[in-house]
Design a protein around this ligand. Structure first.
Ligand code: ACO
Length: 209
């Protein structure tokens, strides 16, 4: 068993509903594929360039191999791949990846939320839950999030959750078919005080249930 994995986080009440986070499952295939095939315009411009057409990469039958790969990485302590749910229904994914231990103890965090429930505090709540979890139970000290400067909603999420902007990584990631600049946002354990969830609750942006 690796520290902090597997885990179920929440629930938390946010404007969109009751938010929870749990490990990805093989049986997420149907929801995962349905939402992603529908949400191509919402997601593709922000995601790493994939091999092959979107409909193939996001077909029902392409989930089992992705799930297996994520589960393998999670078992080796290199990744924490979560499904986000709202009112018990599949609502997106949030992943902590490229976990480095030893004296760095750092990883990246990334997320997406189904287009039919955006602007309801889901991503912000999920980032807060997962950040607190990896600092308290995952043995990590720092998380990094890289975001395209054009991605206003995601910049807003990180700002609300309490991440700091550290700089601009030029031509950093192969996203939507090109090398895209990304702002680097980060947070270390010392900055979180009583936790990011507690801070959201204090600001009235979420409620523990
Ligand atoms: N212009 C300005 N602000 C906007 C816009 C817009 N077009 N759309 C949303 N926002 C604001 C919202 O109003 C809200 O801020 P507020 O609370 O101050 O009003 C904020 O952006 C969104 O906050 P949440 O509701 O917590 O986030 P949400 O659940 O809507 O999810 C997310 C945001 C994940 C970015 C979603 O839009 C999404 O999945 N986008 C496509 C994929 C993506 O970009 N993922 C992030 C990649 S970067 C990374 O993973 C580190």
């Amino acid at each position: 068993r690796h520290p902090g994995w597997p885990a179920k986080l929440g629930p938390l009440r946010v404007p969109a509903g009751i938010l929870a986070v749990r490990p990805v499952r093989l049986r997420d295939a149907g929801d995962w594929s349905r939402v992603r095939l529908r949400d191509r315009e919402h997601l593709e411009m922000w995601e790493p360039t994939g091999i092959g057409p979107w409909p193939d990469r996001n077909a029902f039958w392409s989930w089992p191999s992705q799930w297996l790969a994520l589960r393998g990485l999670a078992r080796r302590g290199q990744c924490l791949p979560f499904t986000i749910t709202v009112d018990g229904r599949f609502a997106g994914q949030i992943t902590v990846g490229n976990v480095i231990r030893a004296s760095l103890r750092s990883a990246w965090i990334g997320y997406w939320v189904s287009s039919d429930i955006v602007r309801g505090g889901v991503a912000t709540g999920a980032v807060a839950l997962v950040t607190d979890h990896v600092f308290d139970f995952g043995g990590l000290h720092r998380l990094e999030a890289t975001v395209r400067p054009e991605n206003t909603p995601s910049l807003r999420v990180l700002g609300k959750a309490g991440y700091r902007q550290e700089g601009l990584f030029e031509r950093y990631l192969d996203v939507a078919g090109g090398w895209r600049d990304h702002f680097c946002y980060a947070i270390t354990k010392e900055e979180t005080g009583d936790g990011l969830v507690s801070r959201l609750v204090a600001k009235g942006l979420a409620e523990r249930v």
